[in-house]
Design a protein around this ligand. Structure first.
Ligand code: SF4
Length: 196
């Protein structure tokens, strides 16, 4: 974001003086329930916006590698933007968070996200089924050293598997636990560079 974008956000916040602003992975402006007000806010922002209501893939969480940090081992920031463009807002049985980190320090916490990608010199490691919050779960590594194309294909297959098999309000990790990691591998059809 630029400082001009931040000014737009401040202006949009002024439309809802009683509302609160939350700054975290996403920037959440208040609790705008009226669809007309919501639309007016979107117009004023002129930025990509996203409603957090509903069961959908959240905007991709990414670390600062390649942006304000130089420790990244792949072009992870650009890759996260590609993933965001492809998957953010896609409907799934419950919320699903994708996280990308530029190196093994894992600043975007990919191992406690539904789908995590961690860059290494050989490509990306792929993790599935993690969660934070009240029922934390450490994700399982299902592939490593895969390039961007294969990683994107794998995420696509995992999302399709989740859409097909997940029950309403069932997180991906709970679904994988229910079917078992081996059946998940087979049914989702994700290719792995080696078995874990
Ligand atoms: S995960 Fe690595 S590349 Fe990303 S911000 Fe942290 S140290 Fe930098």
């Amino acid at each position: 974001m630029t400082s001009a974008d931040l000014r737009k956000i401040a202006d949009a916040c002024d439309m809802f003086p009683d509302s609160k602003l939350k700054l975290s992975g996403e920037i959440t402006i208040g609790n705008i329930i009226d669809p007309k007000e919501n639309e007016a806010c979107r117009e004023k922002l002129g930025l990509p916006t996203f409603s957090i209501a509903g069961f959908s893939i959240r905007p991709v969480k990414v670390c600062a590698g390649g942006y304000t940090c130089n420790n990244n081992l792949q072009d992870s920031f650009s890759f996260a933007l590609k993933l965001d463009k492809r998957f953010a807002g896609v409907e799934v049985p419950f919320k699903l968070i994708i996280s990308v980190s530029g190196c093994g320090r894992c600043c975007s916490e990919p191992q406690v996200k539904d789908i995590g990608l961690v860059a290494s010199r050989g490509g990306y490691a792929l993790y599935v089924g993690g969660a934070a919050g009240g029922k934390p779960k450490i994700a399982v590594k299902v592939a490593e050293n895969i390039n961007e194309v294969r990683a994107l294909q794998a995420v696509d297959k995992i999302v399709q598997f989740y859409q097909k098999n997940g029950k309403s309000m069932e997180r991906l990790g709970a679904l994988i636990e229910k079917v078992g990691i081996e059946k998940f591998r087979q049914d989702s059809g994700i290719e792995t560079s080696r078995s874990f």
